[in-house]
Design a protein around this ligand. Structure first.
Ligand code: DQA
Length: 147
């Protein structure tokens, strides 16, 4: 059975009530359930870790090495400055899907840089909660599983 690790960075635990005009009203648990709806029938197991601490997210990437087949990551604000996360992801050998609810390119200029993008296989952004479904479909495709 394949294993996918979903990593959620800082402030994503507040989804549902955090800036709903930007991020919608669905909670993080709702998004995890969306991923599972696609991954379960494809026989892909999902492990989810959310943290507001950079070191916890970096160490979760370390633990995913040699264990997980793919990573889906919404790094939150770590996207824009965490070179430690960049380096950890660079050491992961499977596919990495970078995911954002909003489209950072349409927002403040400091969000236009992603230090994760150079080590990601692909990026999904700007689709709101539907991005989680799209990420799951991308993973099924990347792992060559059947949906
Ligand atoms: C985000 C975009 C980031 O710029 C922001 O810091 C977040 C959420 C998104 O999902 O749109 O926390 O990653």
């Amino acid at each position: 059975m394949s294993l996918v690790v979903l990593l959620s960075g800082p402030n994503l635990n507040l989804l549902g009530t955090r800036e709903p005009a930007v991020y919608g009203t669905a909670t993080l648990a709702d998004h995890v359930a969306t991923l599972r709806q696609v991954l379960d029938p494809a026989g892909i197991e999902l492990e989810h870790i959310q943290s507001n601490h950079e070191a916890v997210v970096v160490e979760a990437v370390h633990r995913a090495r040699d264990r997980a087949d793919a990573i889906v990551i919404n790094p939150g604000a770590f996207t824009h400055y965490s070179w430690a996360l960049h380096d950890a992801l660079a050491a992961f050998e499977g596919p990495i899907v970078e995911l954002h609810l909003s489209n950072p390119q349409r927002r403040e200029s400091w969000r236009h840089t992603s230090v994760v993008a150079p080590v990601a296989t692909a990026m999904i952004c700007g689709f709101g909660g539907a991005g989680y479904r799209l990420a799951a479909l991308a993973i099924v495709d990347l792992l060559g599983a059947r949906s």
